[in-house]
Design a binder for this molecule. Structure first.
Ligand code: EPZ
Length: 441
């Protein structure tokens, strides 16, 4: 069951419900480490990456109960602050446990997340930020070790570039620091605002999320010194006052703007008529504007976002940028739409250094794309794509191959679809409910 087979050429029609956002759920679940008690989550998507972070949190000692999209995590029982290589290598976003662990226990050891298909994915800004909060960082044998003498201390920190998980890591760590932290040149994605809202529900004091400057006032000074993880492990029943902590809360996960965008592009590319339910249009300005420029009609209604393919698909240029610019996570999907547009378009990828891996596979399906200078792709529209055997390489590239299969003449078989299961819940069921001829095989 490692392949998806699609027979293309069918306009998508009907309604699709968008799941909770992977990139919101991951930091929200990591934030449970900051609470010595139960945190209840709703609208958690059923994804491989979510399974990975739950395994990591359980390995640290947290107790987790899952019931469909409802998850309860109680991190009071965490007894170690070490995230093993085997767990971290499965998912880079595991780095999100580093900030919360060192803030709560004064010590953390997390495997350096390797790079991935789309780029080197360094975490230097995460580490520089923790050092600014007083942590001592060392890297040995592929592990990051962060320690503090007592608690992290509030400080000002300026990100060299806006980093989504870097902003999230530092924001979480600063909630338990003493004093005030001001983070500047922050990423502004909706997932960051959602995390700040959740942390404030847990008793944190954060303002400015969604802007470039975020202020975090550390929770009460009266919480006493942080004990090192070894002490607290030995004196498991020690009074929790000695470890700073946020308080239990119930957190709902925001909808996945990238899943929504993926279905919207598929509707436009197949010249279909699809109602996207459960998405938040506010989070999707860049995507909606580009879809309209390409000739699709996008109507925001009470029921959801209705996308109808235009008579013609018009070419339009894309430049990926930090939010609220056009998201890099939608670049591969939009490139498929441009590959069957009238005219030529330029796709400029400014976030990651190797995010054109899907181009070779699209060329095998008849797309006319050439790459210049590493991060520019010239897309010359062709009349149609032709079905072929292709291989997924990373999460969003595999989504683009599904869209290509939906528009291509004939049959497309996509291998290594485990990439797609990391970030899309039941993708073949959702597309088949829209009339697509798609199956897992
Ligand atoms: C988040 O990754 C998302 N993942 C990515 O989604 C998304 O593509 C990316 O943000 C950009 O929007 C999650 O939220 C779990 P960054 P992240 O740090 O935080 C450089 C998907 O498909 N950088 O914002 O890892 C980095 O190399 C995934 O769902 C440093 O140089 O991305 C990149 O060029 C893929 N040093 C740029 O910043 C650092 O310490 C932005 O990366 C950190 C980042």
């Amino acid at each position: 069951m490692d392949k998806i087979e699609i027979t293309g050429g069918i306009p998508l029609e009907g309604k699709v419900m968008i799941s909770g956002a992977k990139n919101a759920a991951l930091p929200l679940l990591a934030a449970s480490i900051l609470v010595q008690g139960p945190v209840d989550y709703t609208n958690i998507p059923n994804l491989m990456d979510i399974k990975s972070i739950k395994l990591l949190l359980e390995d640290l000692g947290a107790s987790i109960e899952s019931n469909g999209s409802k998850v309860r995590i109680n991190a009071a029982s965490i007894y170690k602050a070490e995230a093993e290589y085997d767990l971290v290598r499965k998912m880079r976003a595991s780095i999100l446990v580093l900030g919360p662990l060192v803030a709560r226990f004064g010590h953390a050891k997390v495997s350096l997340p390797g790079g991935c298909a789309i780029g080197a994915r360094p975490v230097d800004l995460h580490l520089k930020g923790l050092e600014a909060l007083g942590a001592t960082i060392s890297i040995e044998h592929g592990y990051i070790e962060a320690t503090t003498d007592g608690r992290l201390k509030g400080n000002e920190f300026y990100f060299d570039i806006p980093t989504v998980t870097g902003t999230e890591n530092l924001m979480m760590a600063a909630t338990l620091a003493t004093g005030t932290t001001v983070l500047r040149n922050c990423a502004r994605e909706p997932e960051i605002t959602a995390l700040a809202d959740a942390l404030n529900q847990m008793g944190a004091d954060i303002t400015g999320a969604g802007t470039a400057a975020i202020r975090i006032n550390g929770v009460g000074e009266s919480l006493g010194q942080t004990q090192s993880i070894l002490n607290s492990a030995n004196s498991r029943n020690s009074s929790t006052e000695s470890n700073p902590s946020l308080k239990p809360a119930t957190i709902n996960v925001i909808p996945d703007r990238i899943e929504a965008g993926t279905f919207m592009v598929a509707a436009a590319a197949t010249k279909g008529d699809v109602l996207i339910q459960g998405a938040e249009p506010e989070h999707m300005g860049g995507i909606i504007s580009k879809l309209r420029q390409s000739g699709a009609s996008v109507d925001i209604t009470e029921e959801g976002i209705r996308v109808k393919g235009g008579e013609k698909i018009k070419s339009t240029d894309i430049k990926t940028l930090p939010y609220p610019g056009f998201p890099t996570d939608m670049q591969a999907q939009f490139m498929v739409l441009m590959s069957i547009a009238e005219g030529n378009s330029v796709v400029h990828e400014t976030i990651f250094e190797n995010r054109f891996i899907h181009v070779n596979e699209l060329q095998r399906m008849g797309a006319d794309i050439s790459i210049s200078g590493g991060n520019y792709a010239m897309v010359r529209g062709v009349k149609s794509l032709s079905g072929a055997q292709v291989m997924a390489s990373d999460l969003r590239a595999s989504a683009s191959l599904v869209i290509a299969g939906l528009v291509a003449k004939g049959v497309t078989t996509i291998s290594r679809v485990y990439h797609i299961d990391r970030g899309y819940e039941s993708i073949e069921k959702k597309f088949s409910n829209l009339g697509a001829q798609i199956k897992r095989c």
